[in-house]
Design a protein around this ligand. Structure first.
Ligand code: SF4
Ligand code: SF4
Length: 353
């Protein structure tokens, strides 16, 4: 009873803190009495090693990583049915809340953010794209970030081995998360400026000044654009004699280094690009905060005073225990369900309401 009363007090405290960002920033991320590494997978249930949510998510991530540029696969191995499936999906959902440019030579699916940029800079107001995005995000939250986005997938796979993770203190994390909002507003402002100039018919000078930023200001920094569009267009060395081709890369060298940095830093800091840099993730978070699908905790099972496994495994570094038990309405939750898979008390539940 005493424990229940204590938990109810906790819940009341939490409910007075609607935003994770508003949590007491004096508290440090380090809690020496708590677990600081993800628990190892138990071998007691061999079937569970194969059939589980984590494995299912990995399979979906790989399928979409290939499917987003399915023309590569089809050009290698053929398969009209495979192509028909992905083109059929595109006909139903022309854009998904991920980052993926449709300009890629082999692209079949586009990211909503990429499409919004294109439509705005082209002088169109993207009614349909915004409407579709809001519907998807208010129902499914940011599950596309967790299960489909190719850049999220790359980061997750880079983080896979059981390494110790770097977890910035809450205050630092909060400041770093602001970067993606700043990037979003700069990109949005430039896209609207180019779009209005296009409608007025005087965009030429502006487009010349903006250069590669004119058609989509985030494109030169978007790992999806760099990988799926620019990688394919480079003159790659195929032998030692042609190694000098890299000297012709110019700006692409810096972009290549940026993509490498995203992967390397992800070894120790899971999803750092999603958490701090991705303006698309920031936009999607705005509309998914109160999504119908979300996670919650069962107060009869959760033991927040002695266990922090969910927070240790959360790739988005969300302080899950600070949210109300009923619902965790966080703009950063990508519904990856890693917290649910690892919870030793089976306290994490999926809510639909
Ligand atoms: S936040 Fe991450 S997963 Fe979501 S769109 Fe951006 S890169 Fe993809
Ligand atoms: S709170 Fe759970 S479902 Fe949401 S991002 Fe973190 S681990 Fe994934």
């Amino acid at each position: 009873m005493a424990e229940d009363a204590e938990r109810n007090d906790d819940m009341a405290d939490d409910e007075e803190q609607p935003e994770l960002d508003e949590v007491d920033q004096e508290e440090t991320a380090e809690e020496p009495h708590k677990i600081d590494k993800a628990p190892r997978i138990s071998l007691k249930n061999p079937v569970g090693l194969i059939v589980n949510t984590r494995m299912l998510r990995r399979i979906v991530q790989i399928l979409f990583f290939v499917g987003i540029n399915v023309y590569i696969l089809v050009s290698w191995v053929g398969g009209e049915e495979i192509l028909a499936f992905w083109e059929g999906l595109r006909d139903i959902l022309p854009t998904l809340p991920i980052i993926a440019p449709l300009e890629g030579s082999f692209a079949v699916l586009a990211g909503t953010f990429d499409t919004l940029q294109r439509e705005l800079t082209g002088g169109f107001f993207p009614f349909f794209t915004i409407g579709a995005m809001i519907i998807i995000l208010t129902i499914l939250g940011r599950s596309a970030c967790g299960w489909i986005c190719p850049i999220g997938t790359v980061q997750d796979f880079a983080t896979l081995p059981n390494r110790s993770k770097v977890r910035p203190a809450p205050g630092t994390e909060k400041e770093l998360r602001r970067i993606k909002a700043y990037i979003f507003f700069i990109v949005g402002f430039l896209a609207a400026w180019v779009g209005i100039s296009t409608v007025l018919g005087n965009e030429e000078a502006l487009v010349n000044v903006l250069g590669p930023f004119a058609n989509g200001a985030f494109d030169p920094f978007s790992p999806a654009y760099i990988v799926f569009v620019e990688f394919a267009n480079q003159n790659w060395p195929v032998s030692l004699e042609t190694l000098w081709y890299v000297t012709q890369w110019g700006w692409f060298t810096a972009q290549f280094a940026f993509v490498a940095l995203i992967v390397i830093v992800s070894f120790w800091i899971p999803r750092w690009f999603c958490r701090w840099i991705c303006p698309a993730g920031w936009l999607y978070g705005v509309f998914s905060r109160s999504a119908l699908f979300s996670i919650g905790r069962n107060p009869a099972r959760c033991t927040p005073d002695t266990c922090n496994v969910c927070e240790v495994v959360c790739p988005m570094n969300i302080r899950i225990r600070r949210f109300p038990y009923q619902h965790m309405h966080s703009a950063d939750c990508i519904l990856c369900l890693d917290c649910r898979s690892h919870c030793p008390n089976k306290a994490i539940v999926i809510r639909f309401s």
